[in-house]
Structures are given as structure tokens and as C-alpha cells.
Ligand binder design. Sequence first.
Ligand code: AR6
Length: 170
Amino acid sequence: MSASISVVRGDLTQQDVDAVVNAANERMLGGGGVDGAIHRAAGPELLEACRAVPEVSPGVRCPTGEARITPGFRLKARYVIHTVGPVYAGRSSDAERLASAFRSSLQLAVENSLQTLAFPAISCGVYGYPADEAAVVAASVVSEQDWDLVEIRFVLFSDSVYDAFDSAMH
Ligand code: AR6
């Protein structure tokens, strides 16, 4: 059975799903935006779990386009899947790196036998990715294969980003 795709307006940190995806940075030690909100809601244990993720090069725990999983601690979500989208630079490689962030997160959810996964608009805040372009990338990754999940949910904070994802997914 194919995963159902849903697009909602709301706060990612409040989602009752198996995992929420964090729009992190390569250091994976917290930050602003949705990353800061997830760390605040999950509690200080999340930072300790992130620190325990091995560095693959100095200061880098999760290279751009990859994903790592930790427990969700005080979140309703049992897990956090941390991924890193690209800083938008207006290059053709941006879309492939953003696609890789969505794809790696979905793959990690499937590998861990999760059923429900909630994404924010990765790269659409501090990293400057235009929401309409990001939504098209997200929609294309979701339709790349029959993901073995029950629900893939996109949780968008603002009306304009919600509208972009809602129209791309239909
Ligand atoms: N629920 C859902 N969406 C949210 C929430 C929330 N609670 N809070 C913010 N957003 P950003 P990025 C939206 O900047 O662009 C951090 O410092 C926000 O409105 O969180 O990938 C990291 O540590 C926007 O649409 O992530 C990195 O250094 C979207 O989430 C850097 O920012 C993503 O915005 C990553 O930047």
C-alpha cells in the first residue's frame, strides 16, 4: 500500500508521529528555526544524543544531503531524523542536494521500520530556498518510489509555505 501524503499547517514539534525530521546543520548541535524548536521541545537529552553521533570529518556529524537518527526524548515523536538541506545558491546542484535530504530521511525511516514521518520545509528558512521550488523537489522525491510507510506528512509553519507544498503535492 502506498504511503498517504498529507500537508498541514502547524508546529512540527507537536506532531504525534513515529519521527519528525529536523532541518539541522552539519554540526548537528542545534541552532535556530525548527532545529531550535525541536531541541527545546525534546529537552537537553537530545543535544547529548547528537553529540554522541560520530563526526565524519572535523565538526561534521551529518553532511549535507544525508540523515541521522536519534531518540525523540520529550517529544511525542519517538525519533528525530536529522537531515541537512543545502544553503540555497541558485545553482542546479541545489535541487539534487535538497532531494537527497528528503530521500535520505525517507530511507532512514523505512530502514527503522517507522510508519509515520513528518517533515518541515527543509532549507526554506535560514537557508533561503524558495518554498515553491523546494515543494516541487519534495513532491518529486515522494513520488520516486512506493515508500514503505503509512503516512508522509509535511508540516508548514506559514501560509505561503503551506500553499506552496499543498499545490505541489496535488
Ligand atoms: N514547525 C514547523 N516549521 C517550522 C517550525 C516549527 N516549529 N519552526 C520553523 N519552521 P529553518 P533551514 C519552518 O530556518 O532553512 C537552523 O539554525 C520555517 O518557517 O528552521 O533548513 C539549523 O540549525 C521554514 O519554513 O531551516 C541550520 O543551521 C522551515 O521550517 C539552519 O537553521 C525551515 O526553516 C537550517 O536552515
